[in-house]
Design a protein around this ligand. Sequence first.
Ligand code: ZN
Length: 242
Amino acid sequence: MRCLVLSDIHANRPALEAVLQDAGSFDIIWCLGDLVGYGPDPNECVERLQDFNLLCLAGNHDWAALGKLGLDDFNVDARLASRWTREALTPQNLEYLDNLPTNLIQEGYTLAHGSPREPVWEYLLDASIATINFRYFQTDVCFVGHTHIPLIFILNDKRGRCYPITPPFSGPVQLGPHRMIVNPGSVGQPRDGDPRASYAILDTEAGTWEHRRVAYPVEITQERMRARNLPRRLIERLALGR
Ligand code: ZN
């Protein structure tokens, strides 16, 4: 099975469309959460994903838009965007988001938005926190999003510690033999200094994984954010990938 693995679309429809175009054929989308928040097209993104065979998790921004998570941990801009998103979402799309699980095991892989230990909000930004998290899932590989940074943590079995590697973006790599936590990066708001949408293709039969990047018309998303009076800093950062 060929899975298109996405995370952190953040209501950025032009970025989502570019990924769907670039991905080629696939059997299913696995979306690791944060469909909404920050961006101008929350309803369009929630609805567009449902055109496909889809397995979808909830992220912290989805929960914030639902009022299931307080906004205290958000900065001012994220808070404003979250309030706007809550108002903008249709009752039907709010209900869809409300019914999403926070983690899953599928085809022998663990899926979570933030981390296997705290699926909704924990950030796996460094090796020490990632190392602890290897105790919280049973499968060989876990896929996470949330940090908006494409990354692979590899567990060194002898020392029981893990180390991060930056994905090569140069074709499929074999998953294993060591246990891994893998992040496809963010479709709608990359933060690794590259503004192109980030995503991945998983081939479950071959056990291969391919990190990919695709450019999208950032200025269209920015224009739509301006039209909705979304915070200026959120608009500007899209062009920087930060
Ligand atoms: Zn996010």
